[in-house]
Design a protein around this ligand. Structure first.
Ligand code: NDP
Length: 411
């Protein structure tokens, strides 16, 4: 039994994590949230209290923390007595936070792969450059570290594992992420613009025919027929989960597709061609050194501010093809989330909601001992049944569509 949770970061995803953790503080114990800007952490706690979201009276405290300072993270873990760390800070802080958890002997989780601010799109598999280098250290310390437990990566990895149980052999996994919502702004990204753009300015890596394939962003598009949101154009995109799923299913083609409207593509193309998405510093005529990408982030809307007016739905799922008893099998495992429902429940938009609920489910499974495996794991390495069943009851129901019809997935 592990108790007391430290949330790192106070952005869009952290807001959802905080509300969901508060709804289950009877099982999770004391809650702490630490971020670079403590006022943001305090505002999140205030919004939890506004919604009276704490299930039982208990601690919820804010702390100032530079999470790139491993020693400071260890000190805060010791000071608060937290045994579970939910890292939803920027991906630049993953490795120092993971190292702190290993040193302190507490459970760790994140929702994205570590990134070096100075490097965009490293060689695959991306996990191999960072988190997987700590596998042995986690094992030696008996530390549970669950990597990429948001929605994608995260729940979609569990969907692949569910499909694995339905087939003798998986031949392809196509993860499709569609946001059919509307935020009403002329242009905005749905999460941190810096991280969002960094995802698309490099090479698109997919795993096909037993090897890494490379493409350019928006080079390969395909229309997918998705439940609820209908036919949607999505583009082959490099994404974290391809880098772990291809290791578990090397025989299968593993691809990630993200939906984009023409407007997003136009704006992105102009910004990129002008050099405004570059992570490399430039000097202005006045001698001021700036990183263009950081300037673009500073002038775009804060993704959290989109929440009150966001309408429409997201649909994210795995189309998996394979064979069973020599016969072809095809299945779609998916979730539909509603932006307005997310706002009404936790004050956030749907993208943050789908990313923030799964780490709280994972924390509950660690607290109960079910997922407390004492080692590093990607989500597909873990039993998907308790995770999917729990998500069904805490806001992210999974549906399955196959030859037998379209229904709630209960395992
Ligand atoms: P935000 O940019 O909204 O929030 C990031 C938070 O991290 C901010 O509060 C920021 O502080 C804080 N932070 C940054 N650097 C430090 C530091 N050195 N020390 C302490 N805190 C720091 O991002 P999101 O909430 O949108 O995303 C959070 C994570 O979730 C990211 O890793 C993102 O990639 C991931 N994600 C995963 C998804 C999934 O489905 N798997 C989907 C969406 C996001 P400050 O406020 O001071 O800037």
């Amino acid at each position: 039994m592990k108790r007391n949770v430290l949330i790192i970061g106070a952005g869009g995803v952290a807001q959802v994590v905080a509300h969901k953790a508060a709804q289950h503080n009877d099982r999770l114990g004391d809650l702490h949230i630490a971020s670079r800007t403590v006022a943001k952490a305090e505002a999140i706690i205030a919004s939890v209290h506004e919604k009276s979201a704490m299930k039982v009276p208990g601690v919820f405290a804010a702390h100032a923390l530079d999470a790139t300072d491993s020693a400071a993270v260890v000190a805060l873990i010791e000071q608060t007595g937290c045994q579970i760390v939910i890292n939803v800070g920027s991906p630049f802080v993953n490795m120092p936070v993971l190292d702190a958890c290993i040193q302190a002997g507490v459970a760790y989780m994140d929702t994205a792969i570590h990134e070096d601010p100075a490097k965009i799109c490293e060689t695959p598999p991306w996990y191999g450059n960072y988190e997987w280098k700590r596998r042995e250290a986690c094992k030696a310390a008996g530390v549970t570290a669950i990597l990429g437990v948001g929605f994608d990566p995260g729940v979609v990895n569990a969907y692949a594992r569910v499909a694995e149980g339905m087939m003798d052999k998986i031949e392809s996994i196509d993860i499709v992420d569609i946001n059919a919502g509307s935020h009403g702004k002329w242009f905005s990204t749905n999460f941190d613009p810096e991280i969002n753009f960094r995802e698309f300015t490099g090479t698109v890596y997919s795993w096909q025919n037993g090897a890494w394939q490379t493409n350019k962003m928006f080079e390969v598009g395909k229309t997918w027929d998705m439940p609820v949101v209908g036919e949607q154009k999505a583009y082959l995109t490099g994404h974290d989960e391809v880098h772990s799923l291809s290791a578990r299913y090397p025989q299968a083609d593993v691809r990630f597709w993200m939906g984009f409207g023409d407007h997003y593509i136009n704006v992105f193309t102009v910004l990129k061609n002008l050099g405004l998405l570059s992570e490399q510093p430039v000097k202005t005529a006045e001698g001021l050194e700036v990183v263009p990408l950081k300037v673009v982030k500073a002038v775009l809307p804060d993704p959290a501010s989109l929440a009150p007016n966001y309408t429409g739905k997201t649909c994210i799922g795995d189309f998996v093809k394979g064979t069973k008893d020599g016969q072809p099998v095809e299945v779609l495992i998916y979730n539909v989330a509603d932006h307005k429902d997310a706002y009404n429940e936790v004050g956030s938009q749907g993208i943050s909601y789908t990313a923030g609920v799964p780490p709280v489910a994972a924390a509950l499974l660690i607290a109960d001992g079910v997922w407390d495996v004492g080692a590093m794991a990607n989500v597909e390495d873990l039993d998907p049944a308790p995770f999917i069943n729990l998500l069904n009851t805490i806001g992210l129901p999974t549906r399955i569509k196959d030859a037998a019809g379209d229904r709630l997935l209960e395992l």
